[in-house]
Ligand binder design. Structure first.
Ligand code: NAD
Length: 432
């Protein structure tokens, strides 16, 4: 473990968890425990990694269409800012918890470090089912949340972006409310904006495109899979785009799903038509001419590449042994639980971890922020060219550690991310 020892003092301290401490991320601790099993960080390093720097819980009123007022709860967690302003999406979900947000913020900090962009990690969200709200209610909800947190975010402080059930239309409201509240123009306060408001070309499909570059690199070193069959869970921004891109690249996408269920066609789905069906009827499950399957069945299909692109904790200890794919490309954040990761590893399934596989979104967000700060607008080719170079170089660094340490890609990616964060903390004088 030469590479690791250079960056991290070795000492066994994993038994120490502050179970009574409200501001410790237990999920991150479980990951650290799993990822650094047998390695160990110094007590100072461990303590620094297990605690988010700032955690905001806000309650705010929203006027509903029927004239009533409802209170909503939102979160923003700024996990670590040693490498730069914090960066991370806003999620709208009825079952969102503070623990989820902390874990996602931690992963953002690692992700930005793995692809070596000058950001720390954050995440935010609101406990809400956006499907139950009208357009007007959704807009007032978004604006209420931004009014509640506007003092904590900013182009040089903390920069939100889209995540589950939020999109560029919502990012436009985020920008507008922030600028109204502060009375100045600050397009760099949020990324994933519409092009007309300072968004970047390529941002809308960057996560999926970045994932496809990583998959290409991985298959080159692992040995390509002839006529690969792909199954994609989730058909939103990330899922629909990866299905489209992989089909364009010659893969056979045999199954896709969304929250209402999935579809299977062993001969390969026409993704353009499935996208049309999702647009018109609200779900891929309404697609005619393909076999209906459940989300659970999709995860255990006989395929070569499985792409979880929906929510966290989809592959668990219970269903991990049923995964038949050779490669799991994690485009969702944390789709595989810590226990399931061990099962997949034991079964020889190659997992390409979230903090590498889905980093394309934050990379193009970074390029959008650079354009906003410099007042420039780049051509699509320039954005995509830089995305490809950054993703390729991150893959090679992670894979190099993987070979040197003879470890999983997840362990290698976490080691790289943690080492870079700790190096920045050390240079700032926060660690010896
Ligand atoms: P989205 O809201 O556009 O789409 C989410 C999709 O998941 C929808 O199709 C929804 O129907 C589906 N879904 C929800 N519950 C499901 C379930 N139980 N089973 C199957 N499908 C279900 O969100 P997105 O932006 O595509 O994000 C998807 C994942 O990718 C999330 O984990 C997110 O954190 C991660 N991610 C997104 C980005 C980005 O740039 N948008 C970047 C990095 C990571």
């Amino acid at each position: 473990m030469a590479e690791i020892k250079r960056g991290i003092t070795v000492l066994n301290r994993f038994e120490r968890i502050h179970v009574d401490d409200e501001n410790v991320c237990r999920h991150c601790m479980a990951q650290l425990r799993r990822v650094y099993k047998g390695l160990e960080l110094s007590p100072e390093e461990l303590e620094l990694l297990e605690r988010p720097r700032r955690t905001f819980i806000v309650s705010f009123p929203v006027r509903m269409d029927d004239g009533s007022t409802r209170m909503f709860t939102g979160y923003r967690v700024q996990y670590n800012d040693a490498r730069g302003p914090t960066k991370g999406g806003i999620r709208f979900h009825p079952r969102l918890t503070l623990e989820d947000v902390r874990n996602l913020a931690y992963l953002m900090a690692l992700k930005c470090a793995v692809v070596d962009i000058p950001f720390g990690g954050a995440k935010g969200g609101i406990i809400v089912n956006p499907k139950e709200l009208s357009q007007g209610e959704l807009e007032r909800l978004t604006r209420g949340y931004i009014r509640a947190i506007h003092g904590f975010i900013g182009p040089r402080k903390d920069i939100p972006a889209p995540d589950v059930y939020t999109d560029e239309r919502i990012m436009a409201w985020v920008l507008d409310e922030y600028e109204k509240t502060l009375g100045k123009s600050a397009p760099g306060v949020v990324t994933g904006k519409p092009l007309a408001l300072g968004g970047s070309k390529g941002r809308s499909y960057a996560t999926a495109l970045g994932g496809s570059y990583i998959l290409d690199e991985a298959l080159q070193v692992m040995g390509g899979l002839e006529d690969s069959r792909v199954a994609v869970q989730g058909f939103g921004n990330v899922g629909a785009n990866i299905a489209r891109i992989l089909k364009e690249n010659g893969y056979r996408v045999i199954a896709v799903s969304d929250s209402k269920g999935g579809i299977l066609d062993e001969g390969g789905l026409d993704i353009g038509e499935v996208m049309g069906c999702k647009r018109e009827k609200g779900s891929v499950a309404a697609f005619p001419g393909a076999e209906k399957i459940t989300n659970e069945e999709l995860l255990s299909l006989g395929c070569d590449i499985l792409v979880p692109a929906a929510l966290s904790d989809q592959i668990t200890e219970e269903n991990a042994s049923m995964v038949k794919a050779r490669v799991v490309l994690e485009l969702a954040n944390s789709p595989v639980t810590v226990a399931a990761d061990d099962v997949l590893f034991g079964n020889g399934v190659k997992v390409i971890p979230d903090i590498l596989a889905n980093a394309g979104g934050v990379v193009v967000s970074y390029l959008e922020w650079v354009q906003n700060l410099s007042g420039e607008t780049w051509r699509r080719e320039r954005v995509i060219g830089r995305l490809k170079r950054i993703m390729g170089s991150a893959f090679r660094e992670v894979y190099g550690i993987c070979r040197e340490e003879e470890c999983s890609m997840r362990l290698a990616a976490h080691l790289l991310g943690v080492r870079r964060i700790l190096e920045a903390e050390r240079l700032r004088g926060n660690l010896r």
